[in-house]
Design a protein around this ligand. Sequence first.
Ligand code: AMP
Ligand code: GLY
Length: 428
Amino acid sequence: MKVLVVGGGGREHALAWKIGQSPRVDQVFVAPGNAGTSTEDDSPVMNVAISDHDIPAQLEFAKQNNIRLVVIGPEAPLAAGAADAFSEAGIPAFGPSKLASELEASKVFCKNLLRHADIPTAEFQTFHDCKGAVQYLTDREDVPVVVKADGLAAGKGVIVCNNREEALAAVNRIAGNREFGEAGSQLVVEERLVGQEASILAITDGQTILTMPAAQDHKPAFDGDRGPNTGGMGAYSPTPLVTEQIMRSVEEKVLVPTVHQMKRSRRPFRGVLYAGLMITKQGLKVLEYNVRFGDPECQPLMMRLQSDLVDVLEATVEGRLDEVAPMQWDPRPSICVVMASEGYPGSYDKGHAIRGLDEAAKLPDVKVFHAGTATQDGQVVTNGGRVLGVTALGDTISAAKLQAYTAVKCIRWNGAWCRKDISDKALL
Ligand code: AMP
Ligand code: GLY
C-alpha cells in the first residue's frame, strides 16, 4: 500500500522511516519532508513538494496516487481540519478531527475539559482581554503564575512568571501587543507548579487506549534547563521518573476520563493523545495536551518500537484498536539529541553544509533523523533551527547517551550546537 506522511520535521522522518519498514508498505511519500526523507537508502520513502499547510494539494495528490493511509504529523494542519478533509474524501487519515484538535489548539477548551472531567491540573482562570487579567493579577496575592495564549503559538505562547510584575508584562505581550496574533484573543492564567515533567503519549481510537512508554523532553535551550524555551532539544524513553504506579494512575485518572469527556462533548478523539505532565509533591497534574506525536519524543519512541506501526495506525482510523496486539518495545532505552543552528530559538542562518552524516550512520544502534535539512547541489545543508535528531539505543540510559553523543561528535557544520545533558535527569 501507499502512505502519505504530512510534515517535514524530525517527527515525520521518524514516522516515515518506521512506516517504510512495514512489509505491507510499497511507498511512503512525505509532504514536504526534508533531506533525510529524500535520502533513505533501501527504503520506500520519498518526498513530494507539497507544503504541510496546503491541504487541497495533499488531497489531490492522495486521490491521484491511490494513497491508502495519510498520517498527519504536525498540529497546524490537524487544527485546520486536514483529517476531516481526507475522511470526507474517503481516504483513511490518522489524526484527530478539527473539533477534537481543539484539545491542543485552544488551551481554554483544554483547561475547561480537564476541570469538567475532574482531571488533576493547575488551578486557573480564563480571560477574554487584557483588562480582566490585569484586574485579577492586581487583586490577588503576588504568587508565581504561568500566562498562556489560548491558541497555537509554536510552543512560544506560554510564559512562566516569577512574580506579579512579570505576569502583567506577559499579559501585555499576549493580549495587549498581540505578539502571538490571534492566539492571544483569550488567555489562561494558572498556578505555577513545581516538579519533574514527563510526556505520556497514547494512541486511541476513542474506545481503546494504547499507552506508549513514558518519555521526557528538554524544552529549555541550554544545559541545566537554562535559557529560552525551544521546540525541544532532546528526549529519551523510558524515563524512570514515571514509575509503573504513576503510569497506571495516568491511564486511570487522566487518559480514560479525557477520552470519555471528548466523546461526551461530541468530539470523539482518534489519534495520538499526548499528555504533558508535571509530577509534583501533590501528585501528577496535566500541563497541557497535544494531539499528535511529540517532536522530539517521537524519535526515541520509533527507535524502540518493534511492532508494525501501520497496523496500529490503520486500526485506529478504522476504530478497531481493540483487535490489535499490544505494541512491542525494545527494552533498551533510547535517547535523541537535537543538533541546532547557531542562534536558535532566535534567528539563524540556513544553507550551511553538514558533514559527517555517513560516519555517524555507520555507528551501531544509531539513527540520525533529519529535521531542518534540505538538499542543495547534492549536498545536505541546514534549513531550520532544529537540524538533526541524533538518536541511539543502549543497554542503559548512560550507554544510549554515550552512543548518541559519539554520533554527534562525527557531525559538523558552521555553528552547530546541542545540549550536553540530555537524559541526565533520569540519573538524579
Ligand atoms: P505547555 O505548552 O502548556 O506545555 O507549556 C510549555 C512549558 O511551560 C511546559 O513544558 C512547562 O515547562 C511550562 N509550564 C506550563 N504550565 C506550567 C505550570 N502550570 N507550572 C509550571 N510550568 C509550566
Ligand atoms: N516535544 C514537545 C512537543 O512536541 O510539543
